[in-house]
Design a protein around this ligand. Structure first.
Ligand code: SF4
Length: 355
């Protein structure tokens, strides 16, 4: 897949942009001062596949926590700051790997200039994250998604120009809206106008499937067009699901190989086995938990099932009230439904060893 090559930006021990792979990020949903829990969450997110995590900074207790957090985590920590640039400066002093600000929430150019100077000196990147909510858009403009997107992009580029005029180009950009259409237009527009790495995501996208569908409706086309150096699937109160979903998306688009593939049929009147959805869930979990990155199929019947899934490494296909286990399209065993998962997992383990 062709990717639009951008300037490279180093955040802590990772490099984003250039032709590097798309990195997954999320944000802690715990107050940063509660540093023990934050450390645990960041480390779990890193285990699941996050390359960097964002934390919010609202007060001095949050700032103080940064040093302690940095000692115990191995991925970069980005400090998210609204309104007070004093906290941005303090966060850099405490060891933040990058800062995210929405300049629309900051009205003090003198302080911004100081921040740019210090961030430049310490080689700390700043993400200019402009969201639709912080824009002043006329009622007329609001009726037209193209105009909203253009306003988002123009405002972002205005800040970029300001940063550059102050000798600062260690920049990552994002232009988010809760409207998938506006977000899509804005990212396509800004990708044509700048060479800085872009963080893509939909803001306030919602919870669970609501947020997943909304996010993916935007991220898939952008990624396929080569846009985006980092991604976030924003989901209400669920950073772990954010990361797993991002990983699945990148995997399905052929950009993340370190992940299993599970395929399953929708089932139909030919399906006689009972708990096929549970087997799908348990099989994917088994593959994920054991880091076994093979392709497994769970099918409701052998009529179409084995043939349709013949490129799977292993699979189960309902056969009446029993199951057939198949390997690369060939039946290798027949088992009772109650024994099917155990038998499949044993075959998966053997396959992994041979592989
Ligand atoms: S694989 Fe079999 S059970 Fe599944 S949808 Fe196709 S015909 Fe129906």
């Amino acid at each position: 897949m062709n990717r639009i090559e951008t300037k490279k930006i180093k955040i802590g021990n990772v490099t984003l942009g250039g032709s590097n792979k798309i990195l997954i990020q999320s944000m802690c949903d715990i107050k940063t001062s509660n540093y023990k829990k934050v450390i645990k969450q960041i480390n779990e997110c890193a285990r699941l596949g996050a390359s960097m995590m964002r934390v919010s900074i609202q007060d001095n207790d949050d700032v103080s926590a940064i040093t302690k957090i940095k000692e115990k985590v191995s991925i970069p920590v980005i400090c998210d700051i609204h309104y007070s640039l004093d906290f941005a400066l303090k966060a850099i002093g405490a060891g933040a790997d990058a800062i995210r600000i929405n300049p629309g929430n900051i009205n003090n150019n003198d302080k911004l200039n100081v921040l740019l100077k210090i961030a430049h000196r310490d080689r700390i990147p700043i993400r200019i994250g402009v969201n639709e909510g912080s824009l002043k858009i006329s009622k007329e403009e609001k009726k037209d998604n193209e105009k909203i997107a253009k306003a988002l992009v123009d405002k972002t580029l205005e800040y970029v120009k300001y940063f550059e005029e102050h000798n600062f180009d260690n920049i990552v950009l994002s232009v988010k809206s809760s409207s998938p259409d506006v977000t899509l237009i804005a990212y396509r527009m800004i990708a044509k106008k700048t060479n800085y790495p872009i963080h893509i995501g939909v803001t306030e996208s919602g919870f669970d499937e609501v947020g997943i569908i909304r996010s993916i409706s935007v991220l898939s086309p952008l990624i396929l067009e080569g846009i985006g150096s980092t991604i976030r699937i924003s989901l209400t109160k669920d950073p772990y699901k954010e990361i797993i979903t991002a990983k699945r998306l990148l995997h399905d688009l052929g950009l993340y190989s370190n992940y299993p593939t599970l395929i399953s049929c929708p089932t139909c009147g030919r399906t006689m086995v009972k708990n096929i959805k549970v087997y799908c869930e348990k099989t994917l979990k088994y593959l994920e938990d054991n880091n076994i990155n093979i392709k497994v199929a769970i099918m409701g019947c052998p009529v179409n099932g084995i043939n349709e899934a013949k490129d799977a490494d292993l699979g189960l296909a309902g056969a009446g009230h029993d199951f057939i286990i198949f390997k690369k399209g060939k039946e290798i065993a027949k088992v009772k439904e109650k024994d099917a998962l155990k038998a499949l997992f044993a075959e998966i383990d053997t396959f992994k060893k041979v592989k």
